[in-house]
Design a protein around this ligand. Structure first.
Ligand SMILES: [Ca+2]
Ligand SMILES: [Ca+2]
Length: 353
């Protein structure tokens, strides 16, 4: 078969247009592929990574927060894993007082359902075996995966085993903040939980913050109402103020003055512990009211948690560890931060339940 030059020229031109046409026609994508290209909306948010030191043989509590960022109800699968293989429980705290109220883990992989925008306070409990060597570090990861979107988020709580701490490790949680971190800025001033313990000589208060506390620019304080009189804040009148500046202040009727006794303070990971010698506190027959506060140096209050009421006997000379667990029925009067302006709503509640 022979082509004239004219025919060949025509064929080249046709071929050229054909190629151009193929390039210009948009490639049609299968509709299914187009669907998966849509970004998956991340509907899960979990906060905050935390750390603290505990003695071997103790059970650790960290309060973490899970939020449904989506616009509809969602189910989340929860997992919790210690890299040391320690026993881990996860509880939901429904009343922001005392410990957890509903156990979620074990069993592993249980489900929690949250409405759109709902926040759950979860209490992670890690049990350290008694024979663990000091200096061992445990990292426990708690993860929530949305069963609807498949997206997930996680939090890591890191515990250093220390057998030489100045305080006992049998912390009793007084209560937790219901607010997702961190509506208080900076995060290091956002108090997420308050705990106490005593060793028969001193009474200790631990504040768990959403980030590492910094006592240089900020003040971490605990107010104590132990006797008649004092500075009225809310429904209680406070007599002592333990301050992270190292001073135990006392209300003299009109002002907070230096009591000339120290307030001991130690930052440990994302926690801060304040404590006082029981001999330096005048304890009346009344129960003890406690309020935790973070402030800037110019006394601007950034966050507060409490107040909580502790039975006087549980704070006095008997070390907490020697009080039988049943007698440790600690009663609180709670006024949550959200209810600051509605203190009439206060109710008496019982811990560990
Ligand atoms: Ca509770
Ligand atoms: Ca008082």
């Amino acid at each position: 078969m022979k082509f004239s030059i004219r025919q060949l020229q025509l064929m080249v031109v046709v071929a050229f247009f054909f190629v151009v046409l193929i390039i210009m026609i948009p490639q049609e994508t299968p509709p299914n592929l187009e669907m998966t290209k849509k970004p998956v909306k991340n509907t899960v948010d979990m906060e905050s990574d935390q750390s603290f030191s505990y003695a071997a043989g103790s059970t650790i509590e960290y309060n973490i927060y899970l939020k449904n960022k989506g616009t509809s109800i969602a189910n989340y699968t929860l997992t919790a894993l210690s890299n040391r293989g320690y026993y881990v429980e996860v509880w939901r705290d429904t009343n922001q007082v005392g410990g957890g109220d509903i156990q979620l883990i074990p069993p592993p992989g249980s489900t929690i359902t949250l409405n759109a925008g709902e926040v759950a306070t979860l209490i992670v409990r890690v049990t350290i075996p008694p024979d663990v060597t000091a200096g061992t570090v445990d990292a426990t990861i708690i993860e929530a995966t949305s069963q609807n979107s498949g997206t997930s988020d996680s939090v890591t709580v890191t515990t250093t085993i220390n057998s030489n701490l100045p305080y006992p490790s049998n912390w009793i949680q007084l209560g937790s903040d219901p607010v997702f971190p961190a509506q208080v800025h900076p995060k290091k001033m956002d108090i997420k939980a308050l705990y106490y313990t005593n060793n028969g000589t001193c009474v200790f208060f631990k504040m768990a913050e959403a980030d590492t506390p910094d006592t240089t620019p900020f003040r971490y304080t605990v107010y104590l109402d132990t006797r008649a009189g004092g500075q009225q804040i809310g429904s209680h009148s406070y007599d002592y103020l333990l301050n992270s500046d190292g001073t135990q202040y006392e209300w003299n009727g009109t002002d907070w003055i230096d009591s000339e006794y120290p307030a001991y303070c130690r930052v440990d990971g994302t926690g801060i512990v304040l404590w006082a010698d029981l001999n330096n506190l005048s304890l009346d027959t009344q129960d003890i009211n406690v309020l935790a506060c973070t402030k800037t140096k110019d006394e601007t209050i950034k966050d507060e948690l409490g107040s909580y009421t502790i039975l006087r006997d549980n704070i006095s000379e008997i070390p907490l560890i020697l009080i039988p667990l049943l007698a440790l029925a600690v009663y609180f009067i709670i006024s949550r931060r959200r209810e600051k302006n509605a203190r009439a709503h206060n109710s008496i509640l019982k811990t560990h339940g």
